[in-house]
Design a protein around this ligand. Structure first.
Ligand SMILES: C[S@@+](CC[C@H](N)C(=O)[O-])C[C@H]1O[C@@H](n2cnc3c(N)ncnc32)[C@H](O)[C@@H]1O
Length: 247
């Protein structure tokens, strides 16, 4: 009970601070704390903000990139405008949304990708975790080819099954990959941020992150064995047509 009270109190305190500072969401402090620690975003950068609604991270990103920078955000939910950012509405996994992001970038490469994306929670933890992890893998697949050499990528994850497998799949694309829990999210949930720095496009495998992640998960849960079993069983199965009276 006491722990629950402390958690709520901390959350309210970040919410009050966000309001007092003019940020739309307490999540703004998470990006600020990531930035204080790792300095991912610089003046003049081009930044993609994935899952940007209601716009807290976009506000912080605009401050950091300054007048010469460029911030493009995307979310399923329409966002109120943030001065200095272009915020698109759409599903980042859909080709039509991806085309709009590419059009907005007009051929410019990204310096930084920040993703706070989280799908709707159903309460079925295994399923929620699996959907959240594959969504993150899909975000990597779309946006990694747009990231400059030396660029950075941070994304929210929920601690649980599949985190190690996702980290293994993205590690070859960066010099360093580590987990970080900003104070603003501590105690509030199992969320953690993956901080990927110094993109090394020449080192990463050409195969998709999602495919390599799915393969690692199949191995973890014995998916290959299951598929082989199914194939063997189906080879002994045959359908006999019943004779009709006219034959
Ligand atoms: C925690 S909120 C982001 C908060 C935001 N960083 C801020 O500071 O205001 C997570 C967002 O991810 C979005 N989201 C989930 N799935 C998505 C998808 N497939 N494409 C785009 N956005 C998605 C949700 O609509 C939700 O608004």
């Amino acid at each position: 009970m006491a722990e629950h009270w402390i958690e709520n109190h901390k959350r309210d305190s970040w919410r009050r601070q966000a309001k007092a500072s003019g940020y739309r969401a307490r999540s703004a402090f998470k990006l600020k704390q990531i930035q204080d620690r790792f300095g991912l975003i610089r003046q003049g950068d081009t930044v993609l903000d994935v899952g940007c609604h209601p716009g807290g991270w976009a506000q912080v990103a605009v401050e950091l990139v300054g007048a010469e920078g460029h911030v493009v955000g995307v979310d399923l939910e329409p966002c109120q405008a943030v001065e200095g950012a272009v915020l698109l509405t759409g599903d980042i996994t859909e080709p039509v949304t991806q085309e709009r992001i590419l059009a907005e970038l007009g051929g410019a490469r990204l310096n930084v990708i920040v993703s706070d994306i989280s799908p709707d929670i159903t309460g079925k933890w295994d399923m929620d975790q699996s959907v959240a992890m594959t969504l993150v893998a899909d975000v990597f697949d779309f946006s990694l080819p747009l990231l400059r050499k030396g660029g950075a990528f941070t994304t929210k994850l929920f601690q649980g099954v599949g985190v190690e497998q996702l980290i293994d799949a993205v590690k070859p694309h960066f010099s360093t990959v580590r987990r970080f829990s900003p104070d603003a999210s501590r105690n509030s949930s199992s969320e953690v941020y993956l901080i990927c720095r110094n993109h090394t496009p020449w080192k990463g495998p050409n195969r998709s992150v999602r495919l390599r992640y799915d393969e690692a998960m199949d191995e973890l849960v014995g998916g290959h064995e299951l598929e082989e079993d199914v194939a063997i069983q189906s080879s002994t199965f045959s359908v006999r047509r019943k004779k009709t009276s006219s034959e």
